[in-house]
Design a protein around this ligand. Structure first.
Ligand code: ATP
Length: 380
């Protein structure tokens, strides 16, 4: 746990970057500091590892005031990742990653072995180990930056806009990779961004700051979207809050009808029981059977030369009620001409359909729930 207790930072020119900030960063989870430019995010982050010292107040790492720990010792337990990775240009990738182990006096072989392991962990081909930073793409360099921060296995990771210099596609994959890593490593991560969507995707807890280093609100993303504390937070969250919040409501509560049809429409399955598309009732050319597991089978299902379109099938959307969010279920419904989502298992096999009424009820239920900790659906 990292605790800010009435922390203020006044720079030499009198600028108050952070003003009486009090908040808690829970152990083993991702806490995001988000807010507009100049609101004191970076200053707050850097006070944790004492790259900047607070003017007043205290920051406790577990129960110890960071001012009582000398900076090199403190930073050994705190990984740090910055925008554009900040790699040493004249060191090979493997040696960049092994920087902290070398500083800690590990022998070269052990430090390099650790570096290779970490390159794999962050999704990089170990063949890149012998290259120099300029020979890597921006996204690859960011992954190296994350690997380097993790090298000495610090319990705390500080990440300052680490993904903001890469294009949106690479950024999404870096975010996904961080969530995957965190599910294994359970580090205490403080992540700074000005992008509210990134904050909502990555944060277990999101602290919204306003200019002057004031805490506007701290909450889990679902609560933040449902109950912004004031107009500033509401404006910063942007539009579509209601829809975005559905990402945090699990789809498992949605009623699934086991039969493969709804009034006017039938689901057509292939021989393995995977959906091929919707067919309007009355246009069916195959034998129409109903009942659990008795979906209508497409006449062209086993013929790879025949596309669903050539069988007159219409688009469909699927979701897995065990792992997906209500937003994914709603999206699946919106993709279908029937207006109904198709539930599938982990192998993509048909399980049932969600009638429009069932979807309405699920959405109404989601709207009624306002308490934190309501959902465990995966982020995004
Ligand atoms: N060394 C400094 N001396 C004086 N003022 C500073 C110094 N560093 C930062 N500031 C000011 O402190 C305020 C907070 O800066 P900080 O970098 O913490 O904000 P930020 O939220 O991280 O901004 P951004 O998103 O633009 O990076 C800003 O007004 C900034 O100009």
């Amino acid at each position: 746990m990292i605790t800010f207790e009435g922390v203020t930072k006044r720079y030499a020119d009198g600028t108050v970057a952070v003003d009486n900030l009090s908040l808690q960063v829970p152990t083993g989870a991702i806490t995001v500091f988000v807010g507009p430019s100049g609101c004191g995010k970076t200053t707050s982050l850097r006070m944790i590892n004492r790259m900047i010292d607070a003017s007043s107040g205290r920051i406790l790492l577990d129960d110890q005031d960071v001012r009582q720990i000398d900076p090199p010792t403190l930073r050994r337990g705190i990984g740090y990742v910055i925008q554009q990775a900040g790699l040493f240009p004249h060191r090979k990738i493997v040696d960049n990653v092994a920087t902290v182990p070398y500083l800690l006096g590990w022998d070269k072989k052990k430090a390099r072995a650790r570096a290779m392991e970490l390159l794999e962990r962050v999704g990089l081909d170990t063949k890149l180990a012998g290259r120099y930073p300029f020979q890597l793409s921006g996204g690859q360099q960011q992954r190296v930056g994350v690997a380097r921060a993790l090298a000495a296995d610090p319990p705390v990771l500080l990440m300052d806009e680490p993904f903001s210099a890469v294009d949106p596609v690479v950024r999404t994959s870096l975010q996904d990779e961080l969530l995957r890593l965190q599910a294994e490593l359970h580090k205490t991560i403080v992540f700074v961004t000005h992008d509210i969507d990134e904050a909502i995707k990555l944060g277990d807890t999101v602290a919204v700051l306003r200019v002057g280093g004031h805490l506007a609100q701290i909450a889990d993303p679902s609560t933040l979207l449902a109950e912004p504390a004031d107009d500033f937070v509401e404006g910063f969250l942007g539009r579509d809050r209601g829809i975005r919040r559905l990402s945090f409501v699990p789809a498992e509560g949605v009623a699934v009808r086991r039969e493969p049809d709804v009034p006017g429409w039938a689901v057509v399955l292939d021989a393995d029981g995977r959906p091929l598309g919707w067919r309007a009732d009355g246009s069916a050319t195959g034998a129409s059977r109903s009942g659990t597991g008795g979906a209508e089978e497409s006449p062209g299902a086993d013929d790879p030369g025949r596309s669903p379109a050539s069988d007159g099938l219409l688009p469909f959307g699927t979701f897995d009620p065990r792992t997906d969010s209500l937003r994914a279920a709603l999206d699946a419904a919106l993709l279908a001409p029937s207006g109904c989502a198709i539930a599938v298992d982990g192998d993509g096999r048909f399980e049932g359909v969600v009638t429009r009424q069932a979807m309405d009820e699920a959405l109404a239920g989601a709207g009624a729930r306002r308490s934190p900790g309501e959902g465990t659906a995966s982020h995004g």
